[in-house]
Design a protein around this ligand. Structure first.
Ligand SMILES: CCCCCCCCCCCCC/C=C/C(=O)SCCNC(=O)CCNC(=O)[C@H](O)C(C)(C)COP(=O)(O)OP(=O)(O)OC[C@H]1O[C@@H](n2cnc3c(N)ncnc32)[C@H](O)[C@@H]1OP(=O)(O)O
Length: 719
């Protein structure tokens, strides 16, 4: 829908109306075609302004339409008609001009932006390229290197940067539409030839071949298997080397391959999944839209180790006052220095003043008496955390929300140690907490909907992908990680190497394979947990029985490495070797290979050839299978919750949509068949036993992922 008005007597004002972001749906495109025609044929109209309602120009093509038969006028001829108009057309950009929205603006002869506006071509993050002429117009307007940067990263630029790059002609702090109308009046009657970007030659780029070769190499490396960034480079190359019409043809061809690709589907699924998780619901029936969050003005963090420091920074950067508590003076001083440095670095990057005054440091827990919310981040020890929770319950004003950053302990147990368990939730951050996007908000059976709503809202304020999940061992992310890691250990026993397993996972798209990741996070972390579970035994026993513990297959490989003092990067040795402790470059370690050989001999294991497919099937399907258990248990409300957790916190390649989306793409029947196959070969591995939900979904015809919620409800009601 587009509304037409005549303003200032001779300016045709076209307003896009399609809340919330004025996406270019079929109706909006039809509206633009009709209103542009009306303005151009009205002899009283000397110039035209296009704007969007409610302070947003246009969020781009309507992504929801991509999954259906697209009807209505196509974008490209519409944009060409605007560019070739014989009256000046000015885009008045408020809020956002993204994707097709910016392409529409590039078709206009002038662009005026509000100082708070953001512009960009983010199609690459949806598995696409700017295929309404953006890949051909932007390089002509701002040059090849700058256009490549914007198009291959999809980043949004501020109005100030857009002005500097030459994307917009003017930036205003005042009413943008008024400024655009005034501007439109001032340019009425001027020649429009120089303003038609499609007629511009692309600015010359020296050493074109070498330049694009280097760019392509870099993009391939960072794309980790994603195809859209590569197509974006190819499209911009076409702009740099071909006449406009041929470049447009190349843009269309490249888009045709991307448009129907699984990667585009996965990335568009992620876009909507990230928004869907905000509409959380609990098994009790409590929901995001019926639960009002409490206001949080002042927060506290207890315990200033690595996690506590990151959480303090994340909170302070949202503008909250934070009381940071650490009982030991030396640790408090060190933490203060580290937090200030992090705040300064962050502020420099964002071009704002550091929120140093927002943090008050204290050794005394009494200092948190008047805060609205506390996040406890002390050492992972239930007795210590219980003591802290009891102190907090005594000190804090009534109604203060008590959150724990535990990654492994029982949130319900902690809640039960306080007089007000309804005020307790888990806020599981990921290290480094001020950088990592993911936040698991963990509710127990007694957590109040208001407590969950407050933690979710705070997470959103901190810019986190916040996902509400039920309380269970490992919550969602770590619970699914356990079978994944165990399968990797078993593969080593059977003949694989850390290099082979990591290579398979990295080629799949993970930034790091399981062993490199384990070296980074520290092998001692899992060792401590396994010791706590009574699984670790002295490493002298041999044979199969030594590898069955608590009735199931167990690999002591990680424990044996820890006994050797090999904790990963921090000790300079782990699954790989490093030049020195703390160094990051993993090198293959001959010691490890002979250790594996000796281990297999000791246990009577015969190494066999393992290929990448087996690595992927065993590690990933075991992880996915656990995801189905989680859905069946009601710990995650839907597959989107699991997928957002994995994409934003565990390095799952976004272009593969998340583990549950991936299972849906592979086919549930295939996942089930492979799990059954491996389960037959390894009957002593319970996590390869297909989940009953997976079986039931397959039996009910493998519904598509957006119908799983319905199917799960139906299957549960039949039980
Ligand atoms: C057979 C082969 C054929 C091949 C040829 C095919 C031809 C096809 C040619 C098509 C050419 C198209 C070229 C153009 C492509 C595009 O434009 S792709 C879209 C690019 N735009 C974006 O990626 C922007 C996405 N949106 C955002 O980044 C943000 O929403 C925002 C605009 C910055 C606003 O942010 P915020 O205020 O935080 O709101 P949100 O919560 O994010 O969004 C609010 C709701 O709006 C929904 N939404 C947002 N953008 C869109 C969109 N573009 N389309 C549809 N819906 C959108 C969003 O989902 C939210 O709704 P809910 O999910 O219900 O919460």
């Amino acid at each position: 829908m587009a509304e037409y008005n005549r303003v200032s007597e001779c300016v045709g004002l076209i307003t896009l109306r399609n809340p919330p972001v004025n996406a270019l749906s079929a109706a909006v495109r039809q509206g633009i075609v009709d209103t542009v025609q009306r303005a151009l044929s009205d002899p009283n109209v000397k110039s035209v302004v296009i704007c969007g309602q409610n302070g947003i120009f246009c969020g781009g093509a309507d992504i929801k339409e991509f999954g259906s038969n697209m009807t209505g006028p196509p974008l490209i001829p519409m944009i060409h008609a605007i560019e070739s108009a014989n009256k000046p057309v000015v885009a008045a950009i408020e809020g956002s001009a993204l994707g097709g929205g910016l392409e529409l603006a590039l078709g206009c002869h002038y662009r005026i932006a509000h100082s708070k506006a953001r512009l960009g071509l983010p199609e690459v993050s949806l598995g696409l390229l700017p295929a309404a002429g953006g890949s051909q117009l932007l390089p002509r307007l701002i040059g090849v290197p700058a256009a490549l940067n914007l198009i291959t990263t999809g980043r949004h630029v501020t109005a100030a940067e857009a002005l500097q790059l030459g994307i917009v002609d003017q930036v205003t702090d005042h009413n943008t539409v008024d400024a655009a109308v005034k501007f439109a009046l001032s340019v009425a009657g001027r020649s429009l030839d120089p303003r038609r970007i499609s007629t511009h030659p692309c600015p010359q780029q020296p050493d074109l071949d070498a330049f694009f070769e280097e760019v392509m190499q870099k993009v391939r490396q960072s794309a980790r298997g994603a195809i859209a960034p590569i197509a974006c480079v190819q499209a911009v190359r076409a702009a740099a080397t071909l006449p406009y019409a041929q470049g447009m043809e190349r843009e269309r061809e490249l888009m045709a391959t991307l448009f129907t690709s699984g990667q585009a589907r996965a990335l568009q699924y992620c876009f909507f999944a990230e928004r869907a998780v905000g509409r959380w619901r609990m098994p009790s029936g409590a929901r995001w839209d019926t639960s009002k969050p409490r206001p949080v003005h002042k927060a506290a963090v207890i315990g200033l180790g690595t996690m506590g420091r990151g959480i303090t920074v994340a909170l302070a950067q949202t503008g909250l006052s934070v009381i940071a508590v650490e009982t030991q003076e030396k640790q408090l001083m060190e933490a203060k220095q580290a937090i200030s440095a992090m705040l300064e670095r962050g502020a420099k990057r964002r071009g704002v003043a550091p929120a140093l005054d927002g943090v008050i440091y204290s050794q005394n827990i009494q200092a948190v008496a008047d805060v609205d919310l506390v996040i406890e981040a002390v050492f992972e020890d239930i007795a210590l955390k219980t003591k802290v929770f009891q102190q907090l319950s005594a000190v804090c004003k009534p109604g203060t929300l008590l959150c724990t950053n535990t990654s492994a302990l029982d949130v319900d147990q902690l809640a039960s140690e306080t007089p007000n368990p309804e005020l307790v939730v888990g806020m599981h951050f990921f290290a480094p907490a001020h950088v990592m996007k993911l936040l698991e908000v963990v509710y127990g059976p007694r957590s109040s909907p208001q407590a969950v709503a407050t933690a979710m809202q705070l997470g959103k304020k901190m810019g986190k992908a916040s996902v509400a999940v039920g309380n269970c061992r490992g919550f969602v992310g770590n619970r699914m990680l356990k079978p994944y890691i165990e399968e990797a250990f078993f593969l080593l026993e059977e003949g694989a190497t850390p290099e082979l397993v990591d290579q398979a996972l990295e080629e799949f798209g993970f930034p790091m394979g399981v062993f490199r990741m384990s070296d980074l996070s520290g092998l001692d972390v899992g060792w401590r947990v396994r010791k706590g579970d009574g699984l670790v035994e002295p490493g002298t026993a041999s044979g199969r029985s030594a590898r069955i513990r608590q009735g199931r297959r167990y690999s002591p490989l990680g424990d044996l490495l820890c006994e050797e003092g090999r904790f990963g990067q921090k000790t300079g040795r782990g699954w790989y070797q490093y030049d020195k402790p703390g160094s990051r470059v993993a090198r293959s370690d001959p010691w490890l290979h002979s250790f594996l050989g000796a281990y297999r001999a000791q246990h009577g294991l015969v190494a066999r050839r393992i290929d990448h497919q087996e690595v992927l099937e065993r590690c990933l399907y075991a992880l996915i299978n656990e995801g189905f258990h989680i859905l069946d248990d009601g710990i995650a409300a839907g597959p989107e919750d699991i997928d957002v957790i994995y994409v934003s916190g565990y390095g799952w390649p976004r272009h593969r949509g998340g583990p549950m989306f991936y299972a849906n793409m592979v086919g549930l029947a295939k996942v089930l068949e492979r799990l059954e196959h491996y389960q037959q070969l390894h009957p002593e591995v319970p996590h390869l036993q297909p989940s009953s939900l997976l079986r039931r979904l397959v039996a009910s015809g493998s519904p598509p992922i957006h119908k799983w919620g319905e199917a799960i409800k139906k299957l549960h009601s039949q039980l």
